[in-house]
Design a protein around this ligand. Structure first.
Ligand SMILES: CN(C)c1ccc2c(c1)CCN(c1cccc(-c3cc(Nc4ccc(C(=O)N5CCOCC5)cn4)c(=O)n(C)c3)c1CO)C2=O
Length: 285
């Protein structure tokens, strides 16, 4: 019974936020690298579950807004999305705890395995289709990634590819990253309406997805090579597109070009794109 002798509601204690992870249940292991928010380490949750733990560096993230959003993000569940398990928000720095992907970023994986991947168009196309499936799920849930690129996808065992860090761009405090004039803004993955009005949508994710396909079929080359951001903006505004990668069939390049239609309405949805890519894949193999 409670102090005032009123019966204790059966739900007491269960209201503990289920996206809140008890840091006592986490064992931190080696460092995996560092990103926008600071160091990320591998860890074990409840002794056996492999996790990655982002330890939020002070001043890098609008934490309260993120903690609110975390409730929504834990509900986004798909085999091609890196799962958010929860947050440790009762201490500072806060931790973001996600599924662990043992081969790291897709970009580094492509660069490291260019010799074996370069000739395997079927595998490259399959990686693109996996990312498309994850993005189609986000699109269905009206969730915009805002920074889709090979560097923000992760690779697990058996060439499983998953989309990571979706939606986090909204919580970055570094305006070099958030403003389109900033040095860290992903200009090379941005469509005209984002360059001009920072108007993000699932159709701006589609443009970025086209660039991701180009990254995959070039095994991790830098789009537009060493061109300066101002030169890339000028080309994109004038409708000059990335060239066809050598390893790429014309059908696949035609899909990329559709993703780079100048007006968002002319770009396909991820739902439509997935059907097209699966058909191309059946046709080629
Ligand atoms: C605002 N935006 C878009 C953000 C915000 C934060 C981040 C990112 C974007 C993307 C980068 N990033 C970040 C930083 C550091 C780690 C992770 C990161 C790295 C993982 N895995 C691995 C595994 C292995 C290796 C590795 O060392 N190697 C070398 C040997 O051969 C195998 C691979 C690296 N990472 C992993 O599973 N997660 C969930 C996150 C991540 C991804 O999460 C962030 O933390």
């Amino acid at each position: 019974a409670s102090p005032c002798n009123r019966p204790v509601p059966a739900t007491a204690g269960l209201s503990h936020d289920k996206w809140e992870i008890d840091p006592m249940e986490l064992m931190l292991l080696e460092e995996l690298g560092s990103g926008q928010f600071g160091v990320v380490r591998r860890g074990k949750w409840r002794g056996s579950i492999d996790v990655a733990v982002k330890m939020m560096k002070e001043g890098t993230m609008s934490e309260d807004d993120f903690i609110d959003e975390a409730k929504v993000m834990t509900k986004l569940q798909h085999q091609n999305l890196v799962q958010l398990y929860g947050v440790c928000s009762k201490h500072r720095p806060i931790y973001i705890v996600t599924e662990y992907m043992k081969h790291g970023s897709l970009l580094n994986y492509l660069r490291r395995h260019e010799q074996t991947l370069g000739g395997n168009v079927g595998l490259l196309l399959d990686m693109c289709i996996q990312v498309c499936k994850g993005m189609a799920y986000l699109e269905r849930h009206n969730y915009i990634h805002r920074d889709l690129a090979a560097r923000n996808c992760l690779v697990g065992s058996e060439n499983v590819v998953k989309v990571a860090d979706f939606g986090l761009a909204r919580y970055v405090l570094d305006d070099q990253y958030t403003s389109s004039g900033g040095t860290k803004f992903p200009i090379k993955w941005a469509p005209p309406e984002v360059l001009n009005y920072t108007r993000f949508s699932s159709k701006s994710d589609i443009w970025a997805y086209g660039v991701l396909m180009w990254e995959v079929f070039t095994c991790g080359k830098m789009p537009y090579g060493r061109l300066k951001n101002t030169e890339v903006v000028d080309r994109v505004q004038r409708g000059i597109l990335l060239e066809k990668p050598k390893a790429c069939f014309k059908e696949v390049y035609d899909v990329m070009r559709k993703c780079w239609s100048h007006s968002p309405e002319d770009r396909p949805s991820f739902r439509v794109l997935k059907e097209q890519l699966v058909n191309v894949s059946k046709g080629l193999l």
